[in-house]
Design a protein around this ligand. Structure first.
Ligand SMILES: NC(=O)c1ccc[n+]([C@@H]2O[C@H](COP(=O)([O-])OP(=O)(O)OC[C@H]3O[C@@H](n4cnc5c(N)ncnc54)[C@H](OP(=O)(O)O)[C@@H]3O)[C@@H](O)[C@H]2O)c1
Length: 481
């Protein structure tokens, strides 16, 4: 570690878990990294533990920090999302010059990023909202990075970010996503898909326990086996590890001594709120967010234990067949969750004029991030073959996969229901699929009801225009203007 003026290629401010690991990642790739944290203790702790990782410049104040950077300056902010980000941006912007680049790598709400980008652009600064996934390990060894913001800033910034990102088949898991808030929007949907994927895995696990009476070790072995097939993914891999973990205090499976109330930091909720605004049915993600909320309603749950279950069916006796059914149901439901997430990205892109490329996202999610999975290659191929796919489930590969899975999927949802085992994400994904492929939906009745009580009008299957029925006057029908 040395210090001299204006020689660092990148600065990182906010040196908690994520910032310190990304700073080390940059240093390991040969960049000189200026370090800054509100409290200097974190900067010194990082230098004491990992100062040998590369060339760092220690700074204490924002003025020193900015002075240590070559121009155009590139500063990565890794602080707590929200007001802290605004405070740090304000301080930095006051010390930076036209053409400099401020990157927010935190989990910002994309509408905040849109606001911040516009405000900084007006001051001559480039603002890049970059979604970063992969947690602590990814930050250090190669995350998936989703940078938005002005295309010209990516020319200077892109090579740095691409060099520290995860690499899959020689391709970096980082690409310029699009203007202003698009990077954080895409990262938000990524997290939403992560919620859905985790919930689906949780439901599969619960079925193994409650329907087949398997223990965590046996279930771990199944997940390990699944991880060598089409379900191969980071989340399936770590599920096996988690289920194999034994509690040092009690000798029980660790999963059995953990309170069954899932917490959330908010990105899943943001995804669902945004989907509601955009009118996109992300049922898998929504069920996952609600399932966490329900699990956390501990008082209500305690009061409801013992409520009537009705007459329950016998448990499946063919363990191998039901295990395969669960695998197929998990795969098909997962395809639906990703299809819905990509629909939301398409809707966001249209709403904000971002012109996003879905295949690019599948490409950069193949490594580094929490939802990395073998089948992202298939999603990438599907969008490369047809960038205007109306839905991922219509791509030939996924259409065939669901056709193979459909009988198992129905058996799993119906068996779970008859056994009184909750499968909200499996069930809603199957209903979504059935609704999408239905020739007629009960929405015609909904339209009629709306017209009945509110004169909201309806369209006819056999004529153009809007119609209104005079419901109380012998059902005569009149065009509605
Ligand atoms: N943890 C993950 O796996 C993960 C993954 C992806 C993205 N993220 C995002 O990455 C960002 C950093 O996450 P993290 O877990 O490393 O840290 P964090 O706990 O979210 O934030 C702690 C950092 O923020 C700084 N900070 C807080 N308030 C501040 C203020 N008003 N002014 C200046 N600095 C302030 C702290 O400085 P002091 O040391 O002085 O308190 C510390 O460096 C967050 O936005 C997070 O959502 C996290």
């Amino acid at each position: 570690m040395t210090s001299s003026a204006a020689r660092a290629q990148i600065g990182v401010t906010g040196l908690a878990v994520m910032g310190s690991n990304i700073a080390r990642n940059f240093a390991k790739h040969g960049y000189t990294v200026a370090l800054h944290n509100r409290s200097v203790a974190k900067t010194d702790a990082l230098l004491a533990a990992h100062g040998d990782d590369g060339d760092f410049v220690r700074t204490e104040t924002i003025a020193e920090f900015v002075a240590a950077l070559e121009k155009p300056r590139r500063v990565l902010i890794m602080v707590k999302a929200g007001d802290a980000t605004d405070a740090v941006i304000e301080e930095l912007a006051g010390a930076m010059e036209t053409g400099d680049i401020i990157i927010d790598g935190g989990n910002a709400l994309y509408t905040d990023t849109i606001r911040r980008e516009a405000a900084l652009r007006a001051r001559g600064l480039n603002f890049v909202g970059a979604g970063i996934s992969g947690g602590e390990e990814g930050a250090l060894n190669g995350p998936s990075i989703m940078p938005g913001g002005p295309a010209e800033s990516y020319e200077s910034l892109g090579p740095l970010l691409e060099s520290i990102a995860a690499q899959v088949d020689g391709t970096p898991c980082c690409t310029h996503i699009g203007p202003d808030g698009s990077g954080h929007f895409v990262k938000m949907v990524h997290n939403g898909i992560e919620y859905a994927d985790m919930q689906l895995i949780g439901e599969a696990y619960h079925l193994f326990r409650a329907a087949l009476d398997l223990d965590p070790k046996q279930i771990a072995d199944i997940f390990t086996q699944w991880n060598s097939g089409e379900l191969e993914s980071y989340l399936v891999e770590i599920t096996a590890e988690v289920l194999n973990q034994v509690d040092a205090l009690t000798g029980k499976p660790l999963v059995d001594v953990i309170v069954d109330a899932a917490e959330q930091k908010g990105t899943g909720r943001w995804t669902v709120k945004s989907a509601l605004d955009l009118g996109v049915p992300v049922t898998g993600i929504a069920e996952a967010v609600f399932a966490r909320a329900l699990s956390g309603s501990r008082g209500q749950r305690a009061a409801a234990v013992g409520l009537a279950a009705g007459e329950l069916a016998a448990k499946p006796t063919d363990i191998a067949q039901f295990t395969e059914d669960i695998r197929q149901a998990l795969y098909a439901s997962k395809v639906v969750a990703y299809a819905q997430g990509f629909d939301q990205i398409a809707a966001g892109s249209a709403e904000y004029g971002w012109d996003l490329t879905p295949g690019d996202l599948a490409t950069i999610w193949r490594g580094g991030c929490i939802i990395r999975a073998r089948f992202l290659n298939r999603i990438k191929e599907a969008y490369e073959t047809d960038p205007t796919l109306p839905s991922l489930i219509l791509a030939p590969y996924f259409r065939d996969a669901i056709e193979t899975a459909i009988d198992s999927w129905r058996r799993v949802v119906s068996t779970a229901t008859l056994l009184g085992i909750p499968v909200p994400a499996f069930g809603s994904s199957l209903s979504y699929y059935d609704a999408l492929r239905a020739e007629r939906l009960p929405a015609a009745l909904t339209q009629a009801q709306r017209d009945f009580f509110g004169a909201h009008t309806y369209e006819r299957v056999d004529a153009e225009g809007k119609f209104h029925t005079l419901w109380s006057e012998d059902r005569s029908e009149v065009p509605a203007g």
